[in-house]
Ligand binder design. Structure first.
Ligand code: SAH
Length: 370
């Protein structure tokens, strides 16, 4: 990788379509862009020397004017259960985290979309660091590039990252263009070739962007619901005041109508002791979701210092689950992974950035996508 970053074009910032367009603009054939995408994303190359099917002159031109640049790994931690967390430093010194969660039949990578978050959900510690900036396409896809390279040094091996969830720091739909360009690379057979059912966008419910997303591409969707009525959801997810539950669920149904697979939408529900975890809340949730093809993902709250919330008891979680299950609502409880390395992440990013950001939360992700 070249260290002289000034003026160089980072080719990881381009979706395949955009790179084709760029190549056309500079008088190259579009298929060269596809060759380059394969070298960068399938073969994990970050220098141009080894791209043997490109002409020498094109390689020389790229060496002078372009680069393939990913964030720098500052720290890697592995849990006894196999969960791996990478702390990545961006060019401007900000840090983000990426978490890999291996299971017997799949490997899920949890990716960040922004530095910080503007949405101020009261149970989420990322909110406490406020919003810093959107990640670039290179910084988003770079997280997958790094995970693939670290986990799969031999490109002939089977795919290790089978699933991606946009559940790291930030609200992906508020960084729409960069996130969708990165998603298109995840889905592109010339890049990562992940199944559209295994790439999940998680959102607090930015309704207009949900419609734009379904117009643009087919991916799995998770909604951070967390409450069965507007009064409570207004408190937990303040964005609800702008896009209340009824509008959000209508957008979910519009989203499903545009999908060929009619795949169910995941409804995330963090269980907060005494706040949203009563029998009545569970029954209200069943009623609310009766016309939305959905699966509810119950998430034990991950506490952080100075939070006013506590995690519901195991009994309460089971009881809540049973009410949903017995009413015929598909549901599951998310397992906690990577405890011993603080995979309630964000903490590391906080340590590097600023002490007040220490308790930045990262959800522990599991059972969200297949
Ligand atoms: N902004 C997007 C993506 C961020 S990840 C969204 O809201 O969906 C969001 C997920 O992190 C939430 O749905 C929730 O499942 C999880 N989360 C946030 N704070 C949490 C906490 N303290 N404990 C457990 N899960 C939490």
């Amino acid at each position: 990788m070249n260290n002289d970053t000034t003026q160089r074009l980072n080719l990881l910032d381009f979706s395949t379509e955009r790179l084709k367009q760029h190549f056309t603009d500079i008088g190259e054939k579009p298929f060269r862009a596809v060759q380059l995408i394969k070298w960068m994303h399938q073969a994990s190359l970050d220098d141009f020397e080894g791209m043997t099917n490109l002409s020498k002159s094109l390689r020389q031109d790229l060496m002078q004017n372009a680069e393939i640049r990913v964030p720098e790994i500052v720290m890697e931690q592995q849990s006894s259960d196999g969960t791996i967390k990478w702390l990545l430093r961006l060019d401007d010194g900000n840090c983000i985290e990426t978490v890999f969660i291996p299971e017997s039949t799949r490997g899920t990578l949890c990716i960040s979309s922004q530095v910080g978050c503007a949405l101020d959900c009261t149970f989420c510690s990322t909110a406490r660091q406020g919003f810093n900036r959107n990640l670039t396409v290179a910084e988003i896809i770079g997280q997958l590039w790094i995970a693939k390279k670290k986990l799969q040094p031999n490109p002939e091996d089977d795919r290790v990252v089978s699933n991606v969830v946009m559940m790291g720091m930030g609200e992906p739909l508020l960084n729409f263009n960069n996130v969708t360009d990165a998603l298109s690379l995840m889905l592109d057979d010339n890049a990562y070739g992940l199944s559209k059912r295994r790439v999940t966008v998680s959102t607090s419910g930015v309704v207009p962007a949900l419609d734009r997303l379904s117009d643009k591409m087919d991916v799995a969707l998770a909604i951070s619901l967390h409450a069965p009525n507007d009064a409570l959801r207004d408190q937990l997810v303040p964005l609800n005041k702008k896009y209340p539950i009824k509008e959000l669920l209508a957008a979910c149904n519009r989203f499903l109508e545009k999908k060929a697979s009619r795949e169910r939408i995941t409804m995330e529900y963090v269980l907060l002791d005494g706040v949203n975890d009563s029998d009545q809340h569970a029954r209200d949730l069943v009623a609310l979701l009766k016309d939305v093809p959905s699966k509810v993902n119950l998430i034990p709250f991950n506490p952080f210092p100075e939070t006013r919330y506590r995690c519901s008891s195991n009994n309460r979680i089971h009881r809540f689950y049973d009410i949903l299950f017995n009413a015929g609502q598909i549901c599951m409880t998310r397992k906690t992974r990577g405890d011993d390395i603080d995979a309630a992440c964000g903490q590391l990013a906080g340590k590097v950035n600023d002490k007040s950001r220490r308790e930045v939360h990262f959800a522990r992700i599991e059972n969200v996508s297949k």
